[in-house]
Design a protein around this ligand. Structure first.
Ligand SMILES: [Zn+2]
Length: 257
């Protein structure tokens, strides 16, 4: 819905989520035509005809909501409003404000995204590439998966789901995975991400798509958030453990430590 539209006016309500000054954002976006919408890692990447790149990272509770003409643009915690003319609006809304909105030049964005790891769904991302990367790290494999510099776009839900599906304990040191375990993790990671995308994302509480709708992937979760419920593969109880400051969900029968 965005390509072809022009930003008439930008209003910053909460500037603490900005990675760019409010002045820069509002001035450089004025009358900019939106060209394309992409994703890289966890970033929504919106390009303008002026070769500027609006990068939105939803953080924990961010929502990027589109309101066409005639739809009331009421949101609970708006941080930035983009007036797109003809009563259409794009609103970045964020309750806890861990998200980030910034306007970069194409060059700045290219430099920034070089720091991100490969896209797990890219055709070029191979099982042996994952295995090689795992071999260079002694960190717990769940922590490895969450590190955006090693692999881009994987969060805690999908890391836990992929590890459960692959039968790998989240705390295993990355470099202890055998080649066949890396292959299994590669397959599971892609399967989990594709299923989630097809289902419009996972809404446990906050996530909404651009139309304000919840994702439908939560019923597909096999381990995440299912502490003390039976493992769908073996019936053993799923346990919640905490390390690296984040919850992990594990079936000790399917995922031996
Ligand atoms: Zn199990």
């Amino acid at each position: 819905v965005l390509p072809g539209r022009t930003v008439r006016r930008t209003r910053v309500v909460k500037s603490d989520i900005l990675g760019t000054s409010a002045w820069t954002l509002t001035r450089r976006l004025k009358d900019a035509r939106l060209r394309s919408v992409d994703r890289r890692g966890k970033n929504i990447v919106i390009r303008t005809d002026e070769d500027d790149v609006l990068v939105v990272n939803l953080g924990m509770t961010g929502r990027l909501l589109f309101f066409g003409a005639g739809r009331s643009a009421k949101t609970s915690h708006p941080a930035v409003r983009f007036d797109l003319g003809g009563e259409a609006r794009l609103v970045y809304d964020d309750v806890r404000r861990f998200g980030r909105v910034e306007l970069l030049t194409e060059t700045e964005w290219l430099k920034r995204q070089e720091r991100l790891g490969p896209e797990p769904l890219a055709r070029s991302f191979s099982p042996s590439q994952l295995h090689d990367r795992l071999q260079h790290s002694r960190t717990p494999v769940r922590t490895f998966l969450l590190d955006q510099r090693r692999i881009a776009g994987v969060g805690n839900i999908y890391a836990n789901e992929a590890l459960h599906m692959a039968g790998i304990h989240p705390r295993r040191a990355a470099n202890t995975l055998s080649r066949s375990e890396s292959e299994s993790l590669h397959r599971s990671l892609r399967r989990v991400l594709r299923t989630a995308l097809r289902s419009g994302g996972t809404t446990l509480r906050d996530y909404r798509d651009a139309n304000g709708n919840e994702g439908r992937n939560a019923p597909n979760l096999r381990a995440y958030g299912r502490a003390s419920l039976p493992c769908p593969a073996c019936g053993h109880r799923i346990r919640r453990i905490v390390f690296g400051g984040r919850s992990a969900f594990v079936c000790l029968r399917c995922q031996a430590p």
